[in-house]
Design a protein around this ligand. Structure first.
Ligand SMILES: Cc1cc2nc3c(=O)[nH]c(=O)nc-3n(C[C@H](O)[C@H](O)[C@H](O)COP(=O)(O)O)c2cc1C
Length: 169
C-alpha cells in the first residue's frame, strides 16, 4: 500500500496520520510506502517537465492495492499539492483499489472536506472509498502526536480498507 502526503509542512499533522496508518497496515504484514509530495520537484508536479521521482511515485501509486491520501484542509478542501499529483494519475488508474481519505484542519466545521473533497477526488479515478474517512482538528494533536480518538478512527479505517481489499477483485 501507499500513503500520499499532500502537506507542504515539515511538521505535518496529516502526514503523521498517514504514517500511523501505514504502520497499522505494516503490522498486518503489508508492505507500505510513503510518498511525501512536499519532497517532489514542483516543475514535474506542475506537468512542465518530467522527473524520475514523480514518475516513480505515480507508478508506485498505480501498483498499490490500497491508496491512503492525507492532506491539510486548505480553503475548505484538500491541498493544491495533492490535487497536482492526482491530476497526473491516468484516467481510471485507481479502479479496483481502495481509497483511504485522511485530512486535518483547524476547524471541526471543515470535517466535510473528507466527504465533499477527498471522496470525489478518489472516485474520479475509480477508487472504492471506505465509508469511514479520518478527520483530525488541531486540538486533537499534542506536540504533533494524534489523540487516542484519532488513532481509533485510523484503526477503524484500516480494518475497513483491509476487509474491502480482500473483497474487491
Ligand atoms: C493556506 C491555508 C489554508 C487553510 N484553510 C483552512 C480551512 O479552510 N479550514 C480549516 O479548518 N483549516 C484551514 N487551515 C489550517 C490547516 O488545515 C491545519 O492547520 C492543518 O491541520 C494543517 O495540516 P498539516 O499539518 O498536515 O499541514 C489552513 C491553513 C493554511 C496554511
Amino acid at each position: 500500500m501507499v500513503g500520499i502526503s499532500g502537506s507542504p509542512s515539515g511538521t505535518s499533522k496529516s502526514r503523521a496520520l498517514v504514517e500511523h496508518t501505514l504502520g497499522c497496515f505494516a503490522a498486518r504484514g503489508a508492505s507500505s510506502e510513503l510518498i511525501d509530495l512536499a519532497g517532489l520537484p514542483a516543475d514535474a508536479l506542475l506537468g512542465r517537465v518530467t522527473a524520475p521521482a514523480v514518475t516513480t511515485a505515480l507508478e508506485t501509486t498505480t501498483r498499490a492495492r490500497i491508496v491512503i491520501a492525507g492532506t491539510p484542509v486548505y480553503r475548505a478542501t484538500y491541498s493544491g499539492l495533492l490535487k497536482l499529483f492526482f491530476d497526473l494519475l491516468p484516467q481510471d488508474s485507481l479502479v479496483g483499489k481502495i481509497g483511504v481519505p485522511i485530512a486535518t484542519g483547524h476547524a471541526a466545521a471543515h470535517a466535510l472536506a473528507v466527504d465533499h473533497g477527498l471522496r470525489p477526488l478518489f472516485a474520479s479515478l475509480g477508487a472504492t472509498v471506505i465509508a469511514a474517512g479520518v478527520y483530525g482538528t488541531s486540538a486533537q494533536f499534542q506536540d504533533g502526536k494524534p489523540a487516542a480518538e484519532l488513532l481509533q478512527a485510523v484503526d477503524r479505517a484500516v480494518r475497513e480498507a483491509w476487509a474491502l481489499a480482500g473483497a474487491v477483485g
